[in-house]
Every structure is written in C-alpha cells, then in structure tokens.
Write a protein that binds this ligand. Sequence first.
Ligand code: BT5
Length: 322
Amino acid sequence: MTNLKKILQILSDGNFHSGETLGKKLTLTRSAIWKLIKKIKQLGIEIESKTNLGYRIVNGLELLDKKNIISFLSKENNESTKHIAIFDELTSTNTYLEQQQNLSDVSIVFAEYQSVGKGRLGRKWNSPFGQNIYLSIRANFSKNVTDLSCLSLVAAITVIQTLNAYGISNDIGIKWPNDILWQGKKLAGVLVEVFGELHHAYTAIIGIGLNVMMSKPNLSLEQSWCDIFQITNSVPKRNKLAGLLLNQLLLNINKFQEAGFKPFIELWEKYDLVKGKTVTLISGAKKISGIALGIDNNGRFLLQDSKGNILSFTSGEVSLRF
Ligand code: BT5
C-alpha cells in the first residue's frame, strides 16, 4: 500500500492527527508527512490543519471497499463480482476500459480519482479523490448503433433508481439526454462510448459520475452542481451508493440486452424534467426553440418548433429555465 493510501486511511475518520503521530505510524519524517498532506490537497480533498492538533479531513472520507460494495449486489449479479476492479487513480474509468486488451477480465471499474475525467464532446468531468463515484462498465450488445444510443438514457434512469433505493426521491429528474438534476443542479452525468462492430456485436462503455460529497471542486464548473451531501444533509454512505448503483446498472444492462429500450420508456416519462416545457435545443450548429414533447420509442428527443413541426434529435443539449 502506498504511503498516500496509508495516510488517507488514517485521516479518513475525520479526526485530527498530529504530524508526529502520523510520522510514527508511517515511519516518515515530519517533512515527508507535510508533502503527503500537500498531495492530498492537490487531489481536491479539504484538509484542515491546526497548530496543536495536526491535520484532519473535513467530514472524513469513506474510501471505496470492494466487499462493502459487493454486499449491495443482488444474487443475479453474483457472477459480476469477479470482474470488478477499484483503482486509487486513473486518467478516466472509461479510458481504462477502452485500453484493456483482455476483454474477459475486468469490465467494471471504480476509481477514487480521475486525473482526466471525461464529459461528453471533449468536456471535463471534475473528479476529486474519494468524494464522488466514478464507475464504468463495459458490455457487448448485439444491437444496431441506433438502438445503443438509448443506453445513455438507460444509465441516467439507473441513477434515479439508485437514488430512490437510497431514499432520495424528491426534486430529482433527468434532463435529456444525460443530466441528472436535483433542484436544477447537476448531481450526476453519463458518458456512453460505443466501439466498432465485432461478430455482429458492439462494445459499449457506460460511464457514470455521481457527486457524493464534493468539498471543493477544483475546476470552475460553468453550470451549477450539487451532491448527495447537500440533498440529505448528512454524510453519505459512499460504498452503499456505489453498490446500489452498480447493482441497478447491471440489472438494467441485462434488461436492455434482452428487451431493448421499451421497458424503460415509462420510467423515462416519470423522470423527464423537460417534457411540456419551452426549451432551446442546441444540436451541432443548430439552435432551435420550441416545446419539448418527450422522447420517441428510440430515445430521440422530440421538439415542436414555432411553426408546429415536430423535429427529432439523437444528440444535443437542452436548456430550460426552472
Ligand atoms: C457528462 O458530460 O455529464 C458525462 C459525465 C460522465 C462522467 C463519468 S465518471 C466515470 C466515467 N469516466 C469518465 O471519464 N467519465 C465518466 P457533459 O454532459 O458533457 O457534462 C460536462 C459538464 O458538466 C462540464 O462541462 C461541467 O460544466 C459540468 N461538470 C463537470 N464536472 C462536474 C461534476 N462533478 N458535477 C457536476 N457538473 C460537472
């Protein structure tokens, strides 16, 4: 185990630990401890230091724990447990799975930290250490690419179901195609990447980022964000959320493989934050205002323009006023 991991484990209880005690426990000098503290701050973790008390992580930290996560999986998902890997640091959980050659091994990845967390269209996903959930799953689908465009909607629905299972059901919903919002603020996002056909099957990597307790985003987020901590007003159980999310995602991937998007349409309608609202849709160079009519059976966004025409979109950004 690295010294960084060791010191994080000690500090994860949220209590003060003096530089001297930390030095003894890790058999390191005070200045080596100070360097580790500096590194922890760089990872986006809020550290409080007090002259006579030492250092503490504000609100503590619940590090990811495979056993704990697995304890939330239902029987149907038992088989998946051997494909799970948890990393302290990756560039991006999606990128890691893209680069894996041995397709039968790890197909489910969590990371404590992403140095180059990805959003859609080259955007960044803010991914501080130990405070959120970054999960990617790789799966094969014998479907056509158009059908697979619904996967990101399925993943967004999965996040809402997870929140419900965790006890959160008010003020949450989805803004097409992949923004999970609480009171209009972004709580989670989905990035699905689909790769070339092999034996009539496509490989998709489904990435979900869910904010759990993000002390200080170190990127300036252009849009407003929130985390589970803000919603529940109590320190969230990160492994429970990770386990519930993984469990629901595996169940939904299976369902999607068997029956496509159809079984999810009703849920989408329930969680759709946009239907019936006046919105502006930006798709490529196009910017069109109109009334959102929900989605069609293929997950395409339907918009009625000012002339009454109904237009459908497979990709784009929707903006609306709350
Ligand atoms: C998304 O993109 O919402 C997709 C996010 C997917 C992240 C997961 S984490 C696991 C997996 N591995 C990865 O590398 N990625 C996936 P998009 O709709 O383009 O939203 C990106 C925008 O959201 C940014 O431009 C910011 O404005 C904002 N943003 C960035 N980080 C955020 C955060 N942690 N919480 C809320 N908003 C954020």
